[in-house]
Every structure is written in C-alpha cells, then in structure tokens.
Design a protein around this ligand. Sequence first.
Ligand SMILES: Cc1cc2nc3c(=O)[nH]c(=O)nc-3n(C[C@H](O)[C@H](O)[C@H](O)COP(=O)(O)OP(=O)(O)OC[C@H]3O[C@@H](n4cnc5c(N)ncnc54)[C@H](O)[C@@H]3O)c2cc1C
Length: 527
Amino acid sequence: MDRRTPVPEMHPQRWGDPSRAADLPESALELVELAFGSRERPAVAGARPPAPDLADDLLPGLRTIVGAEHVLVDDATRTLRTRGKSTPDLLRARAGDLDDAPDAVVRPDGHGEVVAVLEWAAEHGVAVVPFGGGTCVTGGLAARRDGFAGLVSLDLVRMKRLLAVDEVSMTATLQPGLRGPEAEALLAERGLTLGHYPQSFEHASIGGFAATRSSGQSSAGYGRFDAMVVGLTVATPTGSLDLGSAPASAAGPDLRQLVLGSEGAFGVITSVTVRVRRAPAATAYDGWRWPSFAAGADAMRALAQGGLLPTVLRLSDESETALNLADPSSIGSTDDPGCLMITGYEGTAEQVAERRSAVGALLERLGGTALGEEPGQRWLHGRFDAPYLRDSLLDHGVLVETLETATFWSDRERLYDDVRAALQDTLGEGTLVLCHVSHVYETGCSLYFTVAVRQGDDPIAQWQRAKAAASDAIVAAGATITHHHAVGTDHRPWLAREIGDVGVRVLRAVKAELDPAGILNPGVLIP
Ligand SMILES: Cc1cc2nc3c(=O)[nH]c(=O)nc-3n(C[C@H](O)[C@H](O)[C@H](O)COP(=O)(O)OP(=O)(O)OC[C@H]3O[C@@H](n4cnc5c(N)ncnc54)[C@H](O)[C@@H]3O)c2cc1C
C-alpha cells in the first residue's frame, strides 16, 4: 500500500474496510444453515453515543495544546473510538450500545503534545485512553470512567512518520500511529521490512503492537513484536522515558519490558525503534498433511528444537482442517482429512531453497505428507479474511469468537483437551471448537481456539460464561491467560492468578509512580 493511501476507518459495527463487507456466498449459507440453523440478527442503525460529559470550560485548555480542529466531540468520531473489535464489542455496537464512548477525541502530533495532554488530564482528573488501531479484543479500550471528570480518547492518528532508519544497524524508528500496511510501505521504499503480520495487520498500529506484545503470523521467522523492539519513547504523567541505548545491556532490569504490554496504563508510547530486515526477494508457502494433531505438533517441536524453523509455521487440528476443506458438496465425503500444516519461507532465493529443502526432509522423515504449494498459497491469500467472515456469521445468528493461550510442550495436550472440554461443556451440543498451533518456540507453543455456536437470546452472556470457563481451565493447566491478545479488562482476574500477589503489587507500584492520579486507562491491565 502506498503510504499516501491512509488505512480506511473501520465500520463501527463490523471489522475492517467497509467496502469489503460481503454476505456469505450461497454455498456457505447452506453450510451455516445445516450446522447452526440460520437466524438473521440485523444491527441497530443510527444509534448515537450519550452526550459528552466533560465540562465546557475544560476543552479550551485541550484546544490550546493540539489545535481546535484536533479536539473532536461529534457523535460520529466518538462512535468510531468506542471500544475495540472483540465479538462482545461488535455485539454491543450492533445492539446500539455506545455507553463507553469517549467524551472527546484528541489528536496530538508528537511527543511534546502528548506530554502536555497528559499534564492537562492529570490536573483536571480526566481519564485518557490511548487509541492506536482500535483492534483490541480484550476490552483494553473500555476504560472505567467513574470518579473522573470525563474520558478522552487520545488518538495517535496524526503520528505516522518514519523518524529514522539506520541501515548499518538495521533499525528503524517509527511513530506509534502508523498502521501495519503504512509502516511496511514506508520501509519498503528502502527495501526493508518489519515482517510483523498479525491477522489484524491491515488496521492495527505500531504503538498498539508494542503496548499489547503482539505476535504475527510470521513469528517463527521474524519473532514476536516485543522481540523486534530495541528502543521506546514513552510519555507518562510524571515524565518521559527514553529506553534502549544498545543492542543488549546488563544495566539493571530491562525497563523496555515494563512498557511492552503495558496497554496504555503506564504511559503513551510515542516512538518505537525496531529491528528491520531486508525485504525478502523470494517466498514460498507449502502445505503438509499429518495423521493427527499430536503428530504435527511433535514435528513442530522437532523443527523448533532443531533450530530449523520456517518463517511461517502453523498447524490446524482435525476440526479446523475439516472445516477449511469443507464445502457443501464434500460434507460427509471428506474422510479423515488429517491435520493441515502450513510452512512458509522468506529471504533470498538461496535461503528459501536451502531451508525449504532441509525442513521438507525433516518433515518427511517424521511422517508428514507434502501437499505442494496450493494449500500454502490459499492460506497466504486468505490470511486476513477470517474477521470479515465473522461479521457475516454474526449477521446470521452464529456466535463466533476466538481465544488464545500458550504453554510448554509437555503440557500442550492437556491444555488442548481442557480448554476444548470447558468450551464444549459450557456452550453445549452443536458447538464447534477449532484449534491451531499459531506460534512455536523451543520450549512450547501457543494454541488459538475458534468457537462457533448458535446465538442464544443473550449472546454476550453466553460467550462470557464460556470464556470464563476456558480461562479457568487455562490457569488451572498452568498456562498463560494470553499469548498475544493482552489483558485489557477481560483477562484482569486471571492475570492476578497468573502473577500472584507480589506480581500484582509490583504492577500497582509502577502505576502509582508513573501515573499517581490513575488517569491512564483506568481499569485496564492492573488487577
Ligand atoms: C480480527 C482480529 C485479529 C487479530 N489478530 C491478532 C494477531 O494475529 N496477533 C496479535 O498479536 N493480535 C491480534 N489481534 C489483537 C490486536 O490486533 C492486537 O492486540 C494489536 O496489537 C492492537 O493494536 P492496535 O493498534 O489496534 O491497538 P488498540 O486496539 O488501539 O489498543 C490496544 C491497547 O493498547 C493501548 N495503546 C494503543 N496504542 C498505544 C500507545 N501508543 N501507547 C500506549 N498504549 C497504547 C490501548 O489503550 C489499548 O489498551 C487481533 C484482533 C482482531 C480484531
């Protein structure tokens, strides 16, 4: 994408580019009807957020800082900055519930203006919600407003510059408001890439990636986003942090790690310095078939522990594989599709050829069957489409949501069984639970579950019960409550169980030091 083509605003009640919204094709509708019984659920049109609840005499101060045209109180702008894009967020928006709308949207340009907005907010007791791409799925944009003089969304949309490139060290410094495609387009002009492609890539921002410790679909080759970060600048209500002065350091605990994953509760990230790579000259994507999920997962472990990872590596369980293959004419005739693995390679032509052949040889030795490039290409071209499908399914009365976690290899099977059982038991008969291994490490992997079930009368409560049961199962299995979606408001109770009392006290102490008035994202992250 050309950087002069800004990423379009998302539809307030749906995912993504409004021009790409489409109903299900006839064949898929038949499938939905068969599996769930279609029941149309039209969205409420024309809902308006509550009137702004911020004293008029506070706004002139804000306008002086950023310019009057960058303090917006109109309904349309406030609606677009209400919550994120989890299924409960979409269901609330579709029901016309805009209760979490900010009183104003403020658009600072640069670190200095962000500092000044935070000073203004601390002085007047106004809550501030940093807003990057708005793709959060854990309630991280739905801050508590009680006890505050108002709530503003601090929209980083004007901070979209590539500030510096060091082609000797291979680093780039980016402003936080750049969306995934915009950042990649700027880097591509120099023949560089970040290589961070989460499914939300088309709308999520650089600051958001850092604030949530995001992980992309090419993480096996490029690493998680937090592993790419070498430096950060952060504005807090009590001063600024400028972190990361060397590629590695023994100068005490790494304070960058306090900022990564801090979800706007400690400060606003105003620039991120990342490690970059040369844009790949060659790519290749393949499919492999495994007789079982366990056999495929063992092969992934062998690759990770043998230092032989491709750039992309993912494995669908039997149910997800069957659904990927399903079309109405093949239902009932797809005998034992096994489990589909996707492997992808990016680099120079030599690197791709060499790694592809070494990985292929090991996978064959371990019992995998090569399916050629077609499944890999199909995955590549559809990699950002699933969220649009979720909207179409919601339209037809199907409740679809995802959750993710990670654990060590030795606990993978138990975690998989326990989470599946928790979801099935809570949601009952007719529930579809799909899973894939989305990210791998030498010591373990993450599991990504997709759930589909017929919507009940109160689908939000229906999902919350299932999610609570799955979260309990995750913590009981000793796994993490989130591998890459972050904590937000939704995971807070389980975070407390994961890090224990002392861990909670550490987070609260940092919050008290950096944000004594508690104006930053109240109710998010900190238990
Ligand atoms: C369909 C879909 C698919 C997804 N797929 C993936 C995936 O593959 N991998 C993955 O990791 N995640 C995924 N996510 C989750 C989400 O995209 C990530 O958490 C993403 O990193 C959020 O970035 P954002 O710019 O949209 O942040 P936002 O949603 O705007 O904000 C997220 C949180 O960070 C805070 N924040 C944002 N910017 C800043 C800043 N500059 N300084 C301080 N705090 C800030 C916000 O206040 C909020 O608490 C997906 C979400 C959706 C809806």
